[in-house]
Design a protein. Structure first.
Length: 421
């Protein structure tokens, strides 16, 4: 289908994004030439709570649509009727801001061995921004859907593929009513083109694929999107029912109208065959030291600082190892604490001169801790019990901590170092 063909125009889009973001991001390898993808250029991005727009990753498949914001409307369909303009979103509905840690569901794909998929992300496709817009709940209530039910809200992007296929994703109405917004600002600035201007669905704590850009239609249905359910030409269930599903190699997932849980980790534990990527798995990244520059202790210590997140759940604990995982110490959580957004952590490391392997691992408030590695492809069923994340054909939702580690050189007070014994 069209969604799987190379797209030559991506190179021009990437060049313009790199120019606008002025060094904050860098291109990520995509040998299949399908996606416009740039990620944070520096590890230090993950030492701060708020990610500047210039350092926020970008990922999309189809071309950025031509946009006239004054004429742009979001159609309301299915169990809704009518439309809402961008001006109405700003003038007729409450204005709210949400903090959201957005992570591409393919973040960590490049850490799979053998490689899988086309976009070889490391850990650079995650960021936290403040998104401002109208609550989805207010829009639904104003148009006759007054309370959440077992139904689904499908958002459709205005970025058509060559064959007229659409980008459509469904989320439960319960989540839409809880904390989702139609955003028109990002970090206090008008929404940039590459981030979904003029309006984007923001689903706090959930993988980026659910945060549909350039929203042109919201549809309330009894089920999530399946082929033929949108009264449109072309194909429109690919991004919900085929892509962004977690499964072993050689499997074609069956389509589902609904699932009993949208917790990605619960699905992996067996609640859903071939899980969907909805809320984010628990994860952490060290931001400083960055490994690119040697460090000298101040008053005998080096501050290790980073971020940890857990989707709809809260981060309960972060541990840091400075010896490649042989021993662990608790880090301190600090800074802002918002549902759906990451926490800062820090650890004062009494560092000896030499070369050291630093790791971090987070545990959520349900007791689920990051696994150490990504499994071998044939170890799918036993991976979680073996402290490994299941290798999967799409490379989705990986949260192993060892691939995200950093090698750091510590200098002594004279500016020298010695090899760690």
């Amino acid at each position: 289908m069209a969604t799987e063909r190379p797209r030559k125009t991506r190179h021009g889009e990437i060049a313009e994004i790199l120019r606008v973001k002025d060094g904050g991001v860098r291109e990520t390898r995509d040998e299949a030439d399908k996606y416009t993808v740039v990620g944070a250029a520096r590890r230090r991005t993950f030492a701060n709570w708020l990610t500047p727009i210039e350092e926020h990753f970008v990922c999309h498949r189809n071309d950025i649509p031509a946009i006239d914001a004054e004429a742009w409307t979001v159609s309301l369909t299915g169990q809704l009727a009518g439309a809402v303009s961008v001006a109405a979103l700003k003038e007729e509905f409450p204005r709210v801001a949400v903090a959201h840690t957005m992570e591409c569901a393919g973040n960590g794909r490049g850490q799979h061995r053998p490689e899988t998929g086309s976009v070889q992300w490391g850990f650079e496709a995650a960021a936290t921004a403040i998104w401002t817009g109208a609550p989805v709940s207010s829009i639904l209530r104003a148009n006759g859907v007054t309370a959440p039910s077992d139904g689904w809200l499908t958002a459709i992007g205005g970025d058509l593929s060559d064959d007229g296929d659409v980008f459509a994703r469904s989320i439960p109405l319960s989540k839409a009513f809880d904390d989702c917004i139609l955003a028109y600002e990002m970090n206090g600035e008008p929404l940039p083109r590459e981030h979904g201007y003029p309006v984007r669905l923001v689903v706090p704590g959930w993988y980026g694929v659910n945060n549909v850009k350039w929203v042109e239609e919201l549809r309330v249905m009894d089920s999530m999107v399946t082929e033929g359910s949108l009264d449109r030409s072309g194909e429109h269930a690919f991004w919900q029912q085929v892509a962004y599903r977690i499964h072993p190699r050689g499997v074609d997932p069956d389509a589902n109208e609904s699932v009993e849980t949208v917790d990605t980790w619960e699905q992996l534990e067996g609640a859903v065959d071939h899980p969907y990527t909805f809320d984010g798995n628990v994860k952490s990244v060290i931001g400083t030291p960055d490994g690119e520059n040697a460090v000298t202790p101040r008053d005998g210590a080096v501050e290790v600082r980073g971020v940890a997140w857990a989707g709809d759940d809260a981060v309960e604990r972060v541990e840091v190892s400075t010896d490649g995982g042989r021993s662990w110490s608790d880090a301190e959580l600090f800074g802002p604490e918002y549902a759906g957004a990451w926490r800062l952590f820090r650890y004062d490391w009494r560092a000896e001169p030499g070369r050291h392997a630093l790791l971090s691992r987070a545990t959520d408030d349900r007791g689920r801790r990051q696994p150490a590695t990504i499994s071998e492809p044939d170890d799918w069923r036993d991976a979680l019990d073996e402290d490994a994340y299941p290798w999967n054909e799409g490379g989705y939702a990986a949260n192993a901590y060892e691939p995200n580690g950093v090698e750091v050189t510590v200098l002594d007070s004279d500016g020298g170092s010695r090899t760690e014994g």
